[in-house]
Design a binder for this molecule. Structure first.
Ligand code: NAD
Ligand code: DAU
Length: 359
């Protein structure tokens, strides 16, 4: 009989990680899930209300760079699989403060790979049955597209921000551990996600928050940069497919086939909120709050994913159309304004530090 797997999810209190923890508890309730998160400004246990510690689930507050903590988990919990979301994830922060990106995204990934290598490979370099290391990465490793073309898994890496360079470095380390040691690794490179629990520093939740509060809506440059938007639930389902059925050593691009200019996304949010909440003033729509501001340094122009491999090999494709996903997201943020304000002012972190200590 096959052993019930124990999965270590890193960064499970962040935006995508929390959505993935919820999906896994729902769809694989028999699996044991360890959620390891440092609870940085971007991680909140309130993203996981309703998910309680018990035989099938445990939360551990720790840093992925902390070798002793990671080693302790591999030894004590018998980890079979790792799904690695934990990262510094915001491009603008990487421009103003790159050091944390190097530490968490590169050194942290290295620390996890080393633990998996020590615990999963036998004397001949053969991996223990059922072991998998899935590294969640980004389409930004491929750089920036012009008006034509798509990123495929064979597109050469060309990262252009400290964030994407740190993710590219971690991807290379993961590939190296497959080729050198035979560690059963997988990589996913996904496009821009949106949906519930996204920290309001990223475009969609930031615009939503400001537009609800009738504050200026900052659009970088000319607003014509293009992103390929994917609903977070679709991304999480893709990650689970790759975890269970992906071929070790392979990477899989994940995208929404849904390219939008930033200005299109911002005006759409304005129009939905005008319908939901009414106009801010008679004759004034929320579009009038749009303010073009100084461009992001090195701002990538266009991302677009060719997701043929995951579609053809694993049968995955997005289920949620952008028009529906954005309406659901607007409704979620309208219903969860307390969550938004608490994550912005950091009051949750103080509370969890009291509960769990500094680490
Ligand atoms: P996020 O910033 O919302 O969450 C990151 C989580 O990692 C937080 O819970 C944080 O506390 C935790 N964390 C940060 N540093 C840590 C450390 N040193 N040790 C332990 N935990 C730490 O990020 P997200 O948007 O959910 O992204 C998750 C992953 O998906 C990242 O690896 C990111 O590169 C990748 N990704 C994100 C997107 C997107 O659109 N958001 C798209 C493609 C790929
Ligand atoms: O492509 C995947 C990546 O998507 C992930 O790897 C990153 O973790 C995630 O943060 C996201 O990166 P982007 O830089 O594309 O996302 P962001 O939401 O920061 O910005 C989206 C676009 O909107 C980008 O062109 C910059 C622009 N923007 C952003 C903000 C925050 C604005 O015009 N105004 C803003 O205030």
């Amino acid at each position: 009989m096959q052993k019930t797997p124990t999965v270590l999810v890193t960064g499970g209190c962040g935006f995508i990680g929390a959505n993935f923890v919820r999906l896994l508890r729902q769809q694989r309730p028999q699996w044991r899930l360890i959620n390891l998160d440092k609870l940085t400004y971007a991680g909140n246990l309130n993203n996981l209300t309703g998910i309680q510690d018990g035989p099938g689930y445990r939360f551990v507050r720790a840093d992925i760079c902390d070798t002793a903590a990671i080693e302790g988990l591999f030894t004590g919990e018998g980890i079979d699989m790792v799904v690695h979301f934990a990262a510094e994830s915001h491009v603008d922060r990487s421009i103003t403060g790159p050091a944390a990106f190097i530490e968490t995204n590169i050194v942290g990934t290295f620390t996890l790979l080393e633990a998996a290598r020590r615990h999963w490979l036998d004397g001949e370099g053969k991996p223990a049955a059922g072991t998998r290391f899935l590294h969640v990465s980004t389409d930004e490793v491929y750089g920036s597209l012009g008006e034509e073309g798509f990123f495929s898994e064979t597109t050469a890496y060309d990262p252009r921000s400290p964030y994407s360079a740190s993710k590219a470095s971690s991807d290379h380390l993961v590939s190296a551990y497959f080729h050198t040691y035979g560690l059963p690794t997988l990589i996913t490179n996904c496009s821009n996600n949106y949906g519930p629990y996204q920290f309001p520093e990223k475009l969609i939740p930031l615009i939503l928050r400001n537009a609800m509060q009738e504050k200026p809506l900052p659009v970088y440059g000319d607003g014509r940069n293009i992103r390929d938007w994917l609903y977070v639930g679709d991304h999480c389902e893709a990650v689970l497919e790759v975890l269970e059925r992906g071929l070790p050593g392979r990477s899989y691009n994940i995208g929404g086939n849904n390219e939008k200019m930033n200005i299109e996304v911002v005006t759409l949010i304005c129009d939905i909120l005008d319908r939901r909440l009414g106009l801010p003033e008679k004759g004034m729509t929320r579009r009038s709050l749009i303010t073009f501001v100084r461009d992001r340094l090195g701002h990538d122009r266009r991302y677009a994913i060719d997701a043929a491999r995951i579609r053809e090999e694993l049968g995955w494709q997005p289920k949620v159309a952008f028009e529906d996903g954005i309406e659901m997201t607007v409704d979620w943020y309208l219903a969860n304004q307390d969550w938004v304000e608490a994550v912005v002012d950091g009051s949750y972190q103080e509370y969890y530090t009291k509960m769990y200590g500094d680490r």
